[in-house]
Design a protein around this ligand. Structure first.
Ligand code: GLU
Ligand code: ZN
Length: 284
C-alpha cells in the first residue's frame, strides 16, 4: 500500500490537514506500506519555502515519517506538458481566452443557468469551437469533457472510505453538468491541480488516495484523466471533514487551528489524535 499527503505550501497546516495526513499515514503503517509526502507547489506565486519548512516540522511533530527527498510538483512541469501534448494531439483540448468575468456573464445568460462545480462556475463552453490544430498552445487549455467521456466509455473507481464504500461508476451526465470542460492548463502554471495530481499519483505508484470528502467530485474528473492517459486507477478513501464549532469546514485561513499553535500551546500529538477521533498511531 502506498498512500500520500499532498499539501500546498501556501499557509499553515490546520487540524483538517493533520487528520488527512494521519489517516493516510495510519493506513500505510497498519498495512506495512509506505506513506509519501508530496509538495503541491504549482502555484508559484502563493507557494513559499517557509510554509514548506513548517509542513515538514508540523508533520514530524505529529510523529509522521516519509521517504526523502519529497516530490515537488514544480519539478514535474515537463511531465505535465508531455501529457498535455498527448491530449492536445488527440483533439481533446481547446484553448480558452475567457476572463473570469466573461465566464460569469456567459454562464448567467438566461438560457444557461449558473452551475457550480468543483472548480467554481461550470464553464459554459464559449471557446469550444476554437481551432485544435498546430503545436500545443501556451494558453489556458480546457478538456472537452463530452468528447473525453465518449472516448473512454464506462469507468469506475473503488472507494474504501467509510461513507460510501464500494464501486462508483462515473456518470457522464453528472460530470458534463457538474464539472464541465475543466481547465487542465492554467496560463500562469502551465498545468492544473487535476492534471498534476493524476500524473503524480501514477508516477509515485500511489495505491490509495486518501483525501477529504470535499474532493469526491474532483475524483470523478481524475478517473476520466486516468482513462485518457492510460494510467492505473488507484483506490480512493474519502474521509470526513473536520469542522469548527459552528459546523463550517476548516480552510487554510483558519489559522486559529494551525497545528503550530497547538504545538506552541503545549498540546501533545496524542491529544491531537484524540481530539480528531483517531486511535493510537499503529506501529509500523
Ligand atoms: N493539494 C491538494 C490539497 O491540498 C491535494 C489534495 C488531493 O488531491 O488529494 O487539497
Ligand atoms: Zn473561453
Amino acid at each position: 500500500m502506498i498512500t500520500r499527503f499532498a499539501p500546498s505550501p501556501t499557509g499553515p497546516l490546520h487540524l483538517g490537514h493533520a487528520f488527512s495526513a494521519m489517516t493516510a499515514s495510519d493506513m500505510a503503517r497498519a498495512d506495512g506500506g509506505v506513506f509519501l509526502l508530496r509538495i503541491e507547489d504549482i502555484d508559484r506565486a502563493r507557494s513559499k519555502p517557509e510554509w514548506e519548512a513548517l509542513i515538514f516540522e508540523d508533520l514530524g511533530w505529529l510523529g509522521l515519517d516519509w521517504p526523502r527527498p519529497v516530490l515537488r510538483q514544480s519539478d514535474r512541469l515537463p511531465a505535465y506538458r508531455e501529457a498535455l501534448g498527448r491530449l492536445w494531439d488527440e483533439g481533446l483540448l481547446y484553448p480558452c481566452t475567457c476572463s473570469r468575468r466573461d465566464i460569469q456573464e456567459a454562464a448567467s445568460a438566461p438560457q444557461e443557468g449558473v452551475r457550480i462545480g468543483p472548480d467554481g462556475i461550470v464553464y459554459p463552453g464559449t471557446c469550444r469551437g476554437a481551432p485544435r490544430t498546430g503545436p500545443l498552445p501556451d494558453s489556458v487549455l480546457r478538456l472537452d469533457m463530452q468528447m473525453a467521456l465518449r472516448r473512454i466509455g464506462e469507468r469506475a473507481f473503488d472507494e474504501t472510505g467509510p461513507s460510501a464504500p464500494g464501486w462508483h461508476t462515473i456518470d457522464p451526465q453528472t460530470l458534463i453538468e457538474g464539472a464541465g470542460d475543466v481547465v487542465l492548463a492554467r496560463r500562469d502554471f502551465g498545468t492544473s491541480y487535476h492534471l498534476s495530481v493524476v500524473l503524480d499519483d501514477a508516477h509515485q505508484g500511489v495505491t490509495h488516495v486518501v483525501r477529504g470528502q470535499d474532493l469526491f467530485e474532483a475524483t470523478a474528473i481524475h478517473v476520466v484523466l486516468q482513462a485518457l492517459l492510460d494510467l492505473p486507477v488507484p483506490r480512493y478513501h474519502h474521509h470526513r471533514l473536520i469542522r469548527d464549532e459552528t459546523g463550517r469546514r476548516l480552510a487554510k485561513r483558519d489559522d486559529a487551528r494551525a497545528i503550530r499553535l497547538y504545538r506552541e500551546d503545549g498540546k501533545t500529538p496524542a491529544e491531537l489524535r484524540e481530539m480528531l477521533g483517531l486511535g493510537p498511531q499503529p506501529s509500523g
